[in-house]
Write a protein that binds this ligand. Structure first.
Ligand code: G3H
Ligand code: 13P
Ligand code: ZN
Length: 336
């Protein structure tokens, strides 16, 4: 058993308390490799933002669970080094399991040094979700590890408009869920979803000037009702990438094929960040920026075969993306 405290990591308790009081959201960026973690830490130290480093079970399999935990520790050391060199403040860093689906996975992460875990029982029945989440909370809290639960289903909202009523989080369940499970934060479903295709073109209107697809607004009415039911409780928004046309167009102009990709407009995320939403999850926007720069580099330098020459520009683009999120969207810059 390695405690996250020995690794210099933080749980999310203080982060969320400050975010709630300050009216901003803490960024939760996914990583699978070295360039992503370098970019996340660099951007967050330079903007003075707390950060949650997120690892999915897929990322864990891809990178190797042992290596990932050392990368988490390495991230803290790198953060300290950059802060010292630049004469700026150190930032709190959490290492978080994203979409954990079993007790065993959550336990294994906690034992290897994660400071926070998500147990996503949203695909189970309500009763089973409560039971699984409670089991993880009981174990995690023994080690002061924070737990995120989920109510409502994100995927599928864009697939079936008729099913929308049943997949959005039902506000009348949240109070009971929080009380019975003891979770520290709650992910909800109010119209976001994972990936780069969050809405079908038929659900969107077209901006007459730019031709850009504008999706329907998030269900802030549901969020407000949830806030009334569990006042002061930290809410998490998954599936919050904006899918910037800048990178989608770059991918398409250098041989890619992303058609009708649509994300969540930044102004809606800014509004969410000012509310009880204390954590905003972003993965796809980083994937798009990396892919765009790699495609561009290959197209312009077909003879290039040094990974540093194409992963380097991709990493620079990631730093730019994360800084912009912290400063202009989540409001987390300058909060440490
Ligand atoms: O919510 C999902 C994250 O974007 C992680 O995706 O399971 O492909 O690593 P992944
Ligand atoms: P995006 O696919 O919108 O980036 O969402 C990521 C996420 O929610 C990770 O849990
Ligand atoms: Zn998610």
């Amino acid at each position: 058993m390695v405690s996250y405290k020995e690794l210099g990591l933080s749980n999310t308790k203080d982060m969320f308390r400050k975010a709630f009081e300050g009216g901003y959201a803490v960024p939760a960026y996914n990583f699978n490799n070295m360039e992503q973690i370098q970019a996340i830490i660099t951007a967050c130290v330079e903007t003075g933002s707390p950060v949650i480093l997120q690892v999915s079970s897929g990322a864990r399999k891809y990178a190797n669970p042992t290596l990932l935990r050392w990368m988490g520790q390495g991230a803290v050391e790198m953060m300290k080094e950059i802060a010292k060199a630049k004469g700026v403040k150190e930032i709190p860093v959490a290492l978080h399991l994203d979409h954990g689906d079993t007790f065993e996975l959550a336990k294994s992460c906690i034992e290897s040094g994660f400071s926070s875990v998500m147990i996503d029982g949203s695909h189970h029945s309500y009763e089973k979700n409560v039971e699984l989440t409670r089991q993880v909370v009981d174990f995690a809290h023994k080690y002061d590890v924070t737990v995120e639960g989920e109510l409502g289903v994100l995927s599928g909202i864009e697939d079936d408009v008729v099913a929308a009523h049943s997949v959005y989080t039902q506000p009348d369940q949240v109070e009971d869920f929080v009380k019975k499970t003891g979770v520290d934060s709650l992910a909800i479903s109010i119209g976001t979803s994972h990936g780069a295709y969050k809405f079908k073109p038929a659900q969107c209107t077209k901006d007459p000037k730019t031709g850009v697809l504008v999706p329907p607004p998030l269900r802030f009415d549901i969020l407000e009702e949830i806030e009334r039911r569990i006042p002061g409780f930290p809410i998490v928004l998954h599936g919050a990438s904006s899918v910037a046309t800048e990178y989608v167009d770059m991918i398409n102009s250098f041989g890619g094929k992303l058609e009708a990709a649509v994300g969540i407009p930044e102004e809606q995320l800014r509004r969410a960040a000012k509310s009880a939403v204390c954590k905003i999850n972003i993965d796809s926007d980083g994937r798009l920026a990396m892919t765009a720069l790699i495609r561009k580099t290959f197209a312009e330098n077909p003879g290039e075969f040094d990974p540093r020459k194409y992963l380097g520009p991709a990493r620079d683009a990631l730093v730019k993306v994360y800084k912009q999120k912290n400063e202009k969207v989540l409001g987390s810059a300058g909060r440490v």
